[in-house]
Design a protein around this ligand. Structure first.
Ligand code: SF4
Length: 485
């Protein structure tokens, strides 16, 4: 049932998954036994198990639920009527599942089946390892392409690698496959269609910084991809071990330092910085953390040349960008488009226009954290171009709303999401997100109080969750005052 080396402290979450998969939940007696076997205190095991939404804690005399359906409450799914549920099935509400292009989404416990393309060719990696592509050239090519982190922060990839390589080893690489921003589903798509390229990018990163091991942290919702990656990882060439780890339903673990805590088998609490994870990361080692999409582009840029990016772009921005588009468009889905495209261009040229009977009223340019923008505000959808309008692009999750959609209700839904996902570690975020959810539920929004709350949360929250959550209400106050007062 449990992995051979299951006593390793960092395998606690994997062990909890193994128990829940087998017994349908985490029974108290099993947690006690696990604590004993792993030589941990029962409180430590309980603390971790109760932190993650996907673990179901059960008393010993409780029956494990039969079939469980997780119903998505993300913004695109909240627009659609939920499907009917067969009798005897337990429904649990869950944050965005990365299936916004199939809204309304529900997952039966173990996820959707994908048509993954298996190709086990790693030509760029072979060129790196053979010396044909020297390290300096690899970094220079990524710099020439202007590749930045596509997880949302946009940090230049080559600079991150250089920073890690400059630290004394041993070093590690972490692949962040925990996309959880409501409205984002591009990493699922990249892994379904191009997992080998993503793995190649990760192994190139490991080669470039001389890392000993790679850890891939995958959203628990993507169970089909877990199977696919297991097969691919087993067949990988070379000597750098790649460890696959499952998340357990905590949005905050998409934040790199929380993800590292989770990989160490702990609660996903973001760390105070400095030190940055490039200096003191996983198991205290210098660590490169890259998002799935970033690693995909690493492999393609090195295979096809920086021109892949430098020849593309629009409205003063350069490169390609992957937009996850959902909501009221004819053709929702993953759209690889010129970086800097505007919302109207994106909808008309890539999404077949708006759905019949719907006009563009508002959109989220960067998922739940990106804020609402009105139809007439159309900046380039690129890093640095949206901030002056009170939002940001993040991971480019574009959710499109029409005149049929109740923006207040959506804002309340998102505020509740942040309150639910706050890890509770710092007071401005823990108290602020809960208070905001209350304030947004009242018929008339208290603008002064909401502004004060936003200020405190932005100034004093430890991580991006607490800093960005106020975008939800601040953007409506700024662009849609008529719906909130
Ligand atoms: Fe946790 Fe929120 Fe503080 Fe981030 S800002 S560390 S999520 S309480």
């Amino acid at each position: 049932l449990l992995p051979d080396d299951f006593r390793r402290r960092d395998l606690l979450i994997e062990n909890l998954h193994a128990l829940q998969d087998r017994f349908g939940g985490l029974f108290r007696r099993h947690l006690t036994a696990l604590a004993e076997e792993m030589r941990l205190s029962p409180a430590e095991v309980q603390e971790v198990a109760s932190f993650y939404a996907h673990f179901r804690l059960l008393d010993d005399d409780e029956a494990a639920p039969g079939a469980v359906l997780r119903r998505c409450t993300g913004p695109a799914c909240a627009m659609r009527m939920p499907e009917r549920v067969p009798e005897g099935v337990v429904v649990e509400e869950a944050p965005c599942m990365g299936l916004c292009d199939h809204a309304p989404a529900s997952l039966p416990g173990k996820g959707v089946v994908s048509d993954a393309i298996l190709h086990e060719d790693y030509p760029v990696l072979a060129r790196c390892r053979s010396g044909e592509l020297p390290r300096d050239e690899v970094l220079a090519e990524l710099e020439r392409a202007g590749l930045r982190g596509m997880g949302g922060a946009g940090f230049p990839t080559a600079r991150k690698w250089r920073a890690v390589a400059a630290r004394p080893g041993p070093r590690l690489v972490v692949v962040n496959a925990d996309e959880g921003e409501p409205g984002t589903f591009k990493d699922r798509w990249f892994l379904q269609t191009n997992a080998a390229r993503v793995l190649e990018g990760a192994l190139i990163a490991a080669w470039a910084v001389e890392a000993d091991e790679v850890y891939l942290y995958l959203r628990d919702e993507y169970a089909d991809l877990h199977k696919l990656l297991t097969v691919l990882i087993r067949a990988l060439p070379g000597s750098v071990p790649v460890h696959l780890r499952r998340g357990a339903g905590a949005y905050v673990c998409g934040e790199e330092s929380a993800l590292i805590e989770s990989l160490e088998g702990k609660r996903g609490l973001p760390r105070q910085r400095p030190p940055y994870v490039a200096e003191v990361g996983l198991f205290g080692r210098p660590t490169v953390v890259n998002n799935v999409e970033t690693l995909y582009w690493v492999s393609r840029i090195l295979a096809e040349g920086a021109e892949l990016f430098t020849d593309e772009g629009r409205n003063g921005h350069r490169g390609l960008r992957t937009y996850s588009v959902s909501g009221r468009v004819r053709l929702p889905g993953v759209k690889i488009a010129p970086n800097g495209i505007t919302i109207t261009e994106l909808i008309e040229e890539f999404c077949g226009g708006m759905e019949d009977g719907h006009q563009l009223r508002a959109y989220l340019p960067g998922g739940a954290s990106g804020g609402f923008l009105p139809a007439h505000v159309t900046p380039p959808l690129a890093f640095g171009a949206i901030e002056e309008h009170g939002g940001f692009i993040g991971s480019a999750a574009v959710v499109v709303f029409s005149q049929e959609d109740d923006l207040r209700a959506h804002a309340l839904n998102l505020a509740r999401f942040f309150a639910h996902e706050s890890c509770g570690q710092c007071t401005p975020c823990r108290v602020g997100t809960a208070k905001a959810a209350d304030l947004l539920a009242s018929p008339r929004w208290d603008e002064d109080l909401l502004n004060d709350l936003a200020q405190v949360m932005r100034d004093a929250s430890i991580c991006g969750l607490g800093q960005a959550a106020p975008n939800v209400w601040q953007s409506l106050l700024r662009h849609f005052p008529e719906v909130v007062t």
